[in-house]
Design a protein around this ligand. Sequence first.
Ligand SMILES: Nc1ncnc2c1ncn2[C@@H]1O[C@H](COP(=O)(O)OP(=O)(O)O)[C@@H](O)[C@H]1O
Ligand SMILES: [Mg+2]
Length: 456
Amino acid sequence: MSIQTEYKTIGYYSEAATTIQKCFRGHLARKGYLSTPSYSAYSKQVQKAASPETDMERAQGGKTRVYLPIDMPEVVLKKSGRAHAITRFHQMQDVRSTLSAQNSSHLTIPKAVLCGDFLVEARLPINIDRFHNMGIYIAEPHLFDEAVREMTRLFSKVYLSDLLSYQNHPINNIVGDTVRYDNLPLYIEEQDGKRVGKIGLIDLEHMQNSPRLDGYRDGFSTLARIFPYHAELIQEEALKLQMPVSKGLIENKAYEGKKYLQEGYICHRDWLLKKGITSKNATEIFELNSDRRTSIKNAIKNQLMKINEGNQRILDPSNRNLPTDFLKEPALNAEELAAGISLELLGNIEASISPNNLKGHALSESEIVALRAPIFFRREICKKAAQILKKYPNYNELTRYKAIWSDYDTFREDRVYEIADHLLYFVLEELVKGGELFSFDHGFNTDGHQFGWLRY
Ligand SMILES: Nc1ncnc2c1ncn2[C@@H]1O[C@H](COP(=O)(O)OP(=O)(O)O)[C@@H](O)[C@H]1O
Ligand SMILES: [Mg+2]
């Protein structure tokens, strides 16, 4: 039965759920219902969160507004709307009973209670930052053996479809999708003096009530993509359950998963280690010395002259020609332009990668990786450089179009931006060659969003 039909009579269930909660609080607490301190205490927090003037802090990740009441650090308040809150609540109960039937104890579904339009849930000690999650998995994968085994058992019954997806982050370009740690955060808990790896199942909204077993991406290969160091364990566990297993698919997805961790985290971490970047110096301002500035200015000058001569194409997949013949006296003009443009581009690169959220505490490895892997907006970085180019009077090639282009100004703006963007690419490439940057992704694949990724 689908979730939709199962919970069609929302009104009925809504009342029923509230009544059940009221009557059987003590008993239900053991079954996953939040019951302390009290319903009215939650209700008070929910009213605060629901107020239009609320300034309550919100969690990151996801579309739902998830509030973090300061007076009740043990819960989160999810503003799902009554109908969704009820559906989610029942899904949590369903999966909880599946987990208990499977003797699973390393997958955590937070205790919850319905409260008007809100779902009040126990707050888990999680951090949804992707580098944080990659870091804890990479550092000690064996801590998650049991949790992954339990995920495999769970995936013999259900499928969660939003654990992998396209996300507007250049990390998506590594293998074409992103692990949704915002729905499946990993954390480590102390139990009887032992560290135990757990997984928070905080978002069951996109759950199918049957395993996914198709040949493209089945549930087990999805798990192998997320937990690639556990590919064999996943196969073994699935076979124990006598589930059909596609060995090839699992191996392919584990290969992608390893590549994702390697290129998204490990390479960068190793580069930082080699460079001697630690918690002490990770937040130092990124600044180039004057020799480097001069050599980059010269590289820009040469590039400008090459562009001017022709045969330089836009580097994105459109592969169009860049404007040509815009320098009347190439060497002289390029020199002048390069001085202004290098100042602007380097200034903006430095500004966008110098950490501005200096933290008071010692940084962990994954915090250093995250801090030194900022996203940059190409339009923003190139804006001033494009303005300098636009002011430059001699654009023969562009002027030719004036008569045929109705929106000539926009056209011209786009063309000078293309030159500036091209120059930015070369500056970044230069910084990688010089060892100042580990790598960059210019963001050609992030559709219209035009943001790239710097790692330094
Ligand atoms: N029980 C919880 N404990 C701690 N943080 C939570 C919890 N539930 C949700 N969050 C935070 O709120 C975000 C969004 O919640 P989620 O249930 O995934 O909403 P959505 O369905 O909109 O994706 C999560 O990514 C996480 O940061
Ligand atoms: Mg979510």
